[in-house]
Design a protein around this ligand. Structure first.
Ligand code: HEM
Length: 504
């Protein structure tokens, strides 16, 4: 027993020395001829983990003031490049897009071989391109989204009925919670249409917990991602947790698919309305794409995991900023009254005429980008930028939060001023590297066209007819706007308010 302990200690010491020598050497030279970008000196084994602190986006933004917009850190054994300016983001996501569009696959995404079929985790190769093409042409095209807008309108009606109930009973509403349920319903309406309306509240709650479980286990910082020999041990239990939630979500999706296949079999002469699932089943049975029916469930899992939390967080932040900025709220409400009319429900076709609301959403995404580092990219080859070497396999974090809060990029970056977007045409469609909450280039969020509609529609609906009062007479200057680093940049304290009927 003693000899086993001695051998373990010896191995540990040798590994530590090997690691120190290797990291010192690689800091000087990089993995090829160029030198690595500057950065804080790493500690043995853990590297720069201690530099990340509780809020890595803020800590890294601060560090970039010392080391510059292209920075190198060592997280465990992983070379990590942190990008903190629009110019460097353009280098990575535009000029060197191809070489920098790999993914550093976390242990959790390897659950049930998900990463081998996932649009979010596959390398940007042939299989991934097929999934992107299917998503673009069959899910998020204008015509496809237009044809499913009636389903979303219905789910929005349900949200407004709930707000109405709270208004009548003067009940405090947890806005984030109500928005989460609606995002989930909107997403399932778009993806599965009528099949999901049968969900009773018990199973809806279970579905919500399952999706949150999947997304949380995928996003949880896992030491085993940075120190590979810990993978087998699974010290934080994240692999076990992922397996539980992934299996559960796959089970739910499989049963939806089975029901749909059964229904398809009985629809002689009256085809089911072509929702996304219908389109995916057609594609998997046709010969145009190399796309199997088992890949459908991986794609749908990705959409739920990537889409629900991000849209919810964005709407909750938009509402928070509107309620704490009465001047902005009043301008947005006036615009809605003029464009939509007094008592009509807002429609997706109204969005293009609501320029002030669009500015509010852009400013929300600037102040509160839900994916503060995008989804981490990975260098597929050595890349040289500004005389520095980004070594092959390095993880690349684009600190969107730092760019959005940089006073050299945005004047008064900490204040919420939608007007800044009325003066010039900056947008989040991936061309303006000052504002890239959805990313840019080949890995850019494929769900952006749907997110654009859902976020505008929900915010507009919540403020159009109703006014909002904070619980307990809280004043606007008392609203807590701190964020917490979790699955995404959520509000630390949930936004709660009572809806009242607009008197105007
Ligand atoms: C406000 C809402 C949303 C925000 C802020 C957002 C943001 C992002 C960001 C930053 C990325 C990573 C881009 C990169 O790595 O360069 C991403 C990827 C992705 N998003 Fe979104 N997203 C939102 C909504 C959605 C929705 C509604 C869906 C689908 C229904 C979706 C599906 C995806 C998928 C599948 C990926 C992975 C793409 C790939 O790796 O090729 N997202 N999103």
């Amino acid at each position: 027993m003693y000899s086993a302990a001695v051998v373990s200690v010896l191995c540990f010491v040798i590994l530590t020395w090997f690691h120190i020598l290797k990291s010192l050497n690689s800091r000087r030279t990089g993995s090829a001829s160029g030198k690595l970008p500057p950065g804080p000196r790493p500690f043995p084994i853990i590297g720069n983990f201690l530099h990340l602190g509780q809020k890595p986006h803020e800590s890294l933004a601060k560090l970039s003031k010392t080391y510059g917009p292209l920075m190198h850190l060592k997280l465990g054994t992983i070379d990590t490049i942190v990008v903190s300016s629009p110019e460097m983001a353009k280098e990575i996501l535009h000029k060197h897009d191809k070489a920098c569009s790999g993914r550093a696959v976390p242990v959790s995404a390897q659950t049930l071989d998900h990463h081998k079929m996932s649009i979010a985790w596959l390398p940007a190769g042939k299989k991934w391109r097929v999934l992107r093409k299917i998503s673009k042409e069959h899910m998020f095209s204008i015509s496809r989204l237009d044809s499913s807008q009636g389903l979303r309108q219905e789910k929005l009606r349900e949200l407004l009925d709930y707000v109405h109930e709270c208004c009548l009973s003067r009940r405090v509403m947890d806005i984030g919670e109500a928005v989460y349920v609606t995002s989930l319903n909107l997403m399932s309406a778009t993806l599965f249409s009528v099949d999901f309306t049968g969900f009773d509240s018990g199973s809806a709650q279970e579905f919500k917990e399952t999706i949150t479980g999947v997304a949380k286990s995928a996003a949880a910082p896992n030491i085993a991602d940075y120190v590979p020999w810990l993978k087998m041990i699974d010290p934080q239990g994240i692999r076990r947790q992922s397996k539980f939630y992934f299996s559960k979500l796959f089970g739910i999706i499989e049963s939806v698919i089975a029901r749909r296949l059964q229904a398809r079999g009985t629809h002689f002469g009256s085809p089911v309305e072509k929702d996304l699932l219908e389109a995916l089943l057609d594609i998997s049975q046709g010969s145009d794409y190399d796309f199997s029916s088992s890949e459908i469930k991986h794609l749908l899992l990705d959409f739920f995991a990537a889409g629900v939390e991000t849209t919810t967080v964005t709407v909750e932040w938009a509402m928070t900023e509107l309620l704490r900025n009465p001047r902005v709220l009043s301008k947005a409400k006036n615009e809605l009254r003029n464009v939509v009319g007094e008592n009509k429900q807002v429609k997706e076709s109204d969005i293009s005429s609501l320029s002030y609301l669009q500015a509010v959403i852009k400013e929300t995404l600037r102040c509160h980008p839900s994916a503060r580092f995008l989804v981490p990219h990975k260098a597929e080859t050595d890349v040289e930028i500004n005389g520095y070497m980004i070594p092959k396999d390095a993880q690349i974090l684009v600190n969107v939060w730092a760019i959005c809060k940089d006073p050299n990029v945005w004047s008064r970056p900490d204040s919420f001023e939608p007007e800044r977007f009325l003066d010039h045409q900056k947008d989040y469609k991936g061309r303006d590297f000052e504002l890239i909450p959805f990313g840019s280039g080949r890995r850019m969020c494929p769900g952006m066209p749907l997110a654009h509609r859902i976020v505008h529609l929900m915010v507009a609906s919540l403020i159009h007819i109703y006014d909002w009062k904070f619980e307990g007479g809280m004043k606007v200057e008392e609203v807590d706007i701190s964020d917490k680093f979790e699955l995404s940049l959520r509000k630390a304290v949930p936004l709660k308010a009572i809806p009242t009927r607009n008197e105007a």
